[in-house]
Design a protein around this ligand. Structure first.
Ligand code: C2E
Ligand code: CA
Ligand code: CA
Ligand code: CA
Length: 279
């Protein structure tokens, strides 16, 4: 047993080191990514299921590493969160998305909403509301066209009073608020009703196996009927098939986002997609 323990130990340490080193390398590269212009945003359309109208889009960050190529957010967002880098990175994302909204507005897309992901760490900062205000002023974005996507966990972690006050301030500035990854946390809709949140995003994990999976179907229907009673909008994430769309639309889900319509696109590709759709 002792020998086995020792060999385990010897095997274990280099591997842990390799992983820790890889993480550190990634973190350092990420630290420089903003200054080196390696980040960009892609935009995924949000479409009205009934009219087919494109009402908005979600901004999703992309990292084009000079050697590694395109690094998926699932890979670097956790590193950014653990290292605290998510704060400057998230501010960069918000600024870039606001700048894009202002540009689109000047090109005739005055009502297109742009949704931006806000990490719990960013949201929890005392100066979050001030930073948002400064970015809006700097970019001249229309706050009525900017939606902040906040996860359930970010809301759960904040203290009640503080949370309600911050959300109210953001609403007063004209911003919209959406609850991201809905269903993956533990918030009750009754609790949400007390917060100025206008929209829920049903997580892709509940959409993926619709309409066949009875549990997911139950979660989706229950969410939609409660959301309707409480006067909340719903966006379904990860809609890939017309069967998923039909199931959700029949239960009152207005907005759809997913590969059925489009993957996330560069700003230019998004504009071309809009033009093609209109023609
Ligand atoms: P999310 O906020 O749930 O974003 C939706 C993810 O689902 C995106 O992955 C999108 O590309 C993907 N997706 C959309 N439609 C479909 C579909 O029909 N099928 C499938 N299989 N996937 C679909 P992405 O871009 O890789 O982002 C992953 C996650 O990384 C996001 O999940 C979000 O949590 C995080 N993230 C992305 N950008 C940012 C950002 O700027 N800030 C922060 N804090 N997090 C971000
Ligand atoms: Ca999101
Ligand atoms: Ca999600
Ligand atoms: Ca299931």
């Amino acid at each position: 047993a002792k020998a086995a323990g020792r060999s385990n130990y010897q095997f274990f340490v280099p591997e842990m080191n390799a992983r820790a080193t890889e993480r550190l390398v990634l973190e350092n590269a990420l630290r420089r990514a903003v200054d080196r212009n390696e980040l960009c945003l892609h935009y995924q359309p949000q479409v009205d299921a009934v009219s087919g109208e494109v009402l908005g889009c979600e901004a999703l960050v992309r990292w084009q590493h000079p050697v590694r190529g395109l690094v998926p957010p699932a890979h670097f967002i956790p590193v950014a969160e653990e290292s605290g880098l998510i704060v400057p990175l998230g501010n960069w994302v918000l600024r870039a998305a606001c700048r894009q909204q202002a540009q689109w507005a000047s090109e005739g897309l005055e009502t297109l909403m742009v949704a931006v992901n806000i990490s719990a760490l960013q949201f929890r900062r005392r100066d979050f509301v001030d930073i948002v205000a400064a970015i809006l002023a700097e970019t001249r974005a229309n706050p009525r066209c900017i939606e902040l996507e906040i996860t359930e966990s970010a809301l759960m972690e904040a203290s009640d009073d503080d949370l309600a006050r911050r959300l109210a301030e953001l609403r007063r500035m004209g911003l919209s608020l959406a609850l991201d990854d809905f269903g993956t946390g533990y918030s009750s809709l009754a609790y949400l009703k007390r917060l100025p949140i206008g929209r829920l995003k049903i997580d892709r994990s509940f959409v993926k196996d619709l309409p066949g999976d009875p549990e997911d179907a139950a979660v989706a229907s229950a969410t939609l009927s409660l959301a309707r009673d409480l006067g909340l909008d719903v966006v379904a994430e990860g809609v890939e098939t017309s069967a998923q769309r039909d199931y959700l639309a029949a239960r009152g889900c207005q907005l759809m986002q997913g590969y059925l319509y489009s993957p996330p696109l560069t700003a230019e590709a998004f504009e071309a997609w809009l033009t093609e759709r209109a023609g």
